[in-house]
Design a protein around this ligand. Structure first.
Ligand SMILES: Cc1cc2nc3c(=O)[nH]c(=O)nc-3n(C[C@H](O)[C@H](O)[C@H](O)COP(=O)(O)OP(=O)(O)OC[C@H]3O[C@@H](n4cnc5c(N)ncnc54)[C@H](O)[C@@H]3O)c2cc1C
Ligand code: SF4
Length: 519
C-alpha cells in the first residue's frame, strides 16, 4: 500500500458510510484497510444474475421471472423481508449481534454482515437534509454541502450516470397522480404538503423491468459493494473480508482493531486512526464491548415507519415498463399535523401487491387469485417516516457470556406516536383524495421500531460531548483516534431518506480528520 501521506487508516464496514469514508481518505492520499465481515451473494445466484443481465427483460423466460420473484413470503414475518434474488445473505450472522440471534418483539432492524451492508437491498431514495434538520449539528452552516456534492458524484460515477438529478421516468400511474396534484397546488399548500418526483440512486440506463424489489439483474441500483470493487485496484486500498471487528483499543498515535475470522482465528490490525461504520446495531455493540461496559444502557433513536394503502381508479398493466422503487415524494409540514416534518414515499404498481393480498386472504387467496390481481393493479402504497422526536426508541445493553457479548434490545413506543401517526393518515388521506385516491385506513400500519431502517443517534454529535456523546469528528467522549462515521453519530433522525446524509457526514469526518493529520 503506497498512499502519498504514508498515513494508514482502518475503516470497519463496507456499507454506504464506510465506503464514503474510505473514498474521502483515499482522496486525501492515505492508505486504507477496509475490515469487513463481507458476506456475499451465493456464487450460483450471482452466476444466474449475470446470465439474466446479458439478456433484455423481454428475453427472460417465465422460469427466470419466477426465480427472481420466488419465496418473497418465506420468512413468515408480519411483512415480507426484502432479500436479493431471494438470497438472505445480508441478514446472516445475526447471532454475533442479537440475543439468541433473533429480533426482540416489537423491534425490526436486522443487523447485517454483508459486503455493501444494507445497500444491497435498499430502496435507493435520496434526499438532502433541510437546513433546519441540521440545526443541532455541531458544524457551521453549509459545512456539509461540499460533502453532499462529493457523495452525489461518487454515486453518479458508480452508476455511470450523466447527471446528478437521478430522476427516472415515472410510471403511468405516478405521472397521472403527479399531474392531478399539480392542478390542485393551492389545496395541497393549504394541507401543508409538497409533492415532487422521487430522487433515486439508479442508473439512467434502467430497463424499466419492474424487478427492483427483488434485486436488479443489471446492477443499476447503487450498492456500495460496487465501490469496493472499484477501489480494489487502487494501490493504497486493501480489502480484508471475512474479518469481524470484535473490539477496539486506542493507544498513543493510533488504534487497534481486534478481529475474529470466519474460522475463529484472531487478527489485530493497527492503524493511525480507526473509522467505525458497522451500522445501526454493529457500531453500538462494538463500542460497548470496547469500553467493557455491561451496566450502561444506550438509546437508539428511530425514525418510525408507517404504511397507508390507497385505491386508485387508474390501473396498471401487468409487465408494463416501469421501475418499482418509490415514484413520488410527499413532504408534510410538521406544523400542519402537530408534529415534526414527515416524509412520505408513493409506490405505484408492483406485482407483489397481488401476492400480498393473496397471502392476507390465506386459503381463500387461491380462489380469489384473479380478483387479487385486479385489486393489485389499482393499489398505491404510501410509506412514511416520522422524525425521531415523534418516534419510538430502543434501549441497548450488553448481554450474554463475556466471551460472546451480544445486544439485548428493549423497544419503547411512546403513546404519543400512535396519535401523531393517526393525524398523518388523516392529512395524507386528504392529500390522496385530491389526486383521486381512496385511503384504506383500516389497512394502515405502524411498523415495529427500527423496521424502517432509518435509526441511529446513539452517540449524538454535540459541541461539548457528555458521556456516550461524540464530537463533530464522531469521537465518543474519552476517545481521540477512533471515529464513528455511520448513523450512530447523527444528532437526531429527521423523517426521510437518511443514507445520503450519513454518507456525506462520513465523508466530512474522514476529510476533516485527514486534513487535521496533515497539519
Ligand atoms: C429494505 C431497505 C430499504 C432501504 N431504503 C432506503 C432508502 O430508500 N433510502 C435511504 O436513504 N436508506 C434506505 N435504507 C437504509 C440504508 O440501507 C442504510 O441507511 C444504509 O445501508 C446504512 O449504511 P451504513 O454503511 O451506515 O450501514 P450498513 O449498511 O448497515 O453496513 C454495515 C457494514 O458493516 C459491516 N459490519 C457490521 N459489523 C461488523 C463487524 N463487527 N466487523 C466488520 N464489519 C462489520 C457489514 O458487513 C456492512 O458492510 C434501507 C434499508 C433497507 C434494509
Ligand atoms: S426497473 Fe429496477 S430492476 Fe429493472 S433495470 Fe431498472 S432498476 Fe433494475
Amino acid at each position: 500500500m503506497i498512499g502519498q501521506t504514508g498515513r494508514h487508516y482502518a475503516v470497519i464496514g463496507s456499507g454506504p458510510s464506510g465506503m464514503a469514508c474510505a473514498s474521502a481518505l483515499l482522496a486525501a492520499g492515505a492508505n486504507v484497510t477496509l475490515i469487513d465481515s463481507g458476506r456475499d451473494l451465493a456464487p450460483a445466484h450471482q452466476a444466474r444474475r449475470a446470465m439474466l443481465a446479458e439478456l433484455a427483460p423481454a428475453e427472460w423466460s417465465a422460469a427466470d421471472r419466477a426465480w427472481l420473484t420466488r419465496d418473497l413470503f418465506q420468512s413468515g414475518n408480519k411483512e415480507p423481508v426484502k432479500r436479493l434474488f431471494c438470497d438472505g445473505f445480508m441478514y446472516e450472522g445475526a447471532e454475533w449481534t442479537l440475543e439468541g440471534g433473533k429480533l426482540s418483539k416489537g423491534f425490526g432492524h436486522r443487523p447485517t454482515q454483508a459486503l455493501g451492508g444494507l445497500s444491497r437491498v435498499w430502496g435507493a431514495a435520496l434526499k438532502r437534509f433541510l437546513p433546519q434538520d441540521l440545526a443541532m449539528w455541531p458544524i457551521p452552516s453549509g459545512a456539509l454541502d461540499r460533502h453532499y456534492t462529493e457523495v452525489e458524484n461518487l454515486l453518479s460515477g458508480s452508476l455511470q450516470n450523466a447527471s446528478h438529478e437521478m430522476a427516472l421516468p415515472l410510471s403511468p400511474q405516478a405521472q397521472k397522480l403527479l399531474d392531478r396534484w399539480r392542478t390542485r397546488q393551492a389545496a395541497l399548500t393549504e394541507l401543508g404538503v409538497k409533492v415532487s418526483p422521487a430522487r433515486l440512486a439508479v442508473s439512467h440506463r434502467c430497463r424499466l423491468c419492474g424487478m427492483c424489489l427483488y434485486g436488479c439483474p443489471y446492477e443499476y441500483i447503487f450498492s456500495s459493494d460496487a465501490l469496493v470493487r472499484n477501489y480494489r485496484d487502487h494501490r493504497a486500498f486493501e480489502y480484508r473480508p471475512g474479518l469481524r471487528a470484535d473490539r477496539l483499543e486506542e493507544h498513543e498515535g493510533g488504534g487497534q482493531v481486534i478481529c475474529v475470522g470466519d474460522d475463529g482465528t484472531r487478527t489485530t490490525i493497527s492503524a493511525n486512526r480507526v473509522f467505525v461504520a458497522a451500522g445501526v446495531l454493529g457500531t453500538p455493540r462494538l463500542m460497548l464491548v470496547s469500553f467493557g461496559t455491561w451496566e450502561d444502557r444506550l438509546t437508539l433513536h428511530d425514525s418510525q415507519r408507517f404504511l397507508l394503502p390507497f385505491l386508485t381508479s387508474t390501473s396498471s398493466v401487468r409487465h408494463a415498463p416501469l421501475h418499482t422503487l418509490t415514484q413520488i415524494f410527499l413532504d408534510l409540514e410538521g406544523s400542519a399535523i402537530g408534529a415534526e416534518n414527515v416524509h412520505v414515499q408513493i409506490y405505484t404498481y408492483n406485482d407483489f401487491y397481488a401476492a400480498r393480498i393473496r397471502a392476507a386472504l390465506g386459503p381463500l387467496g387461491k380462489l380469489a387469485g384473479s380478483l387479487a390481481d385486479i385489486a393489485g393493479r389499482h393499489f398505491i402504497l404510501a410509506q412514511g417516516f416520522l422524525h425521531s422526536r415523534d418516534s419510538g426508541t430502543a434501549q441497548l445493553r450488553l448481554s450474554g457470556p463475556q466471551a460472546h457479548p451480544v445486544l439485548a434490545i428493549t423497544p419503547e413506543l411512546p403513546a404519543r406516536t400512535r396519535g401523531v401517526v393517526r393525524n398523518i393518515w388523516s392529512r395524507l388521506g386528504q392529500a390522496g383524495r385530491l389526486a383521486g385516491m381512496l385511503p384504506l385506513v383500516p389497512f394502515a400500519e405502524t411498523a415495529d421500531i427500527g423496521a424502517g431502517y432509518h435509526s441511529g443517534a446513539v452517540f449524538p454529535m454535540t459541541r461539548t460531548p457528555l458521556s456516550w456523546q461524540s464530537d463533530a469528528l464522531g469521537r465518543v467522549r474519552g476517545l481521540s483516534r477512533i471515529h464513528i462515521v455511520d448513523s450512530s453519530v447523527l444528532p437526531e433522525i429527521p423523517g426521510g431518506p437518511v443514507t445520503l446524509t450519513i454518507m456525506a457526514n462520513a465523508h466530512r469526518i474522514a476529510a476533516e480528520t485527514a486534513a487535521l493529520d496533515r497539519g
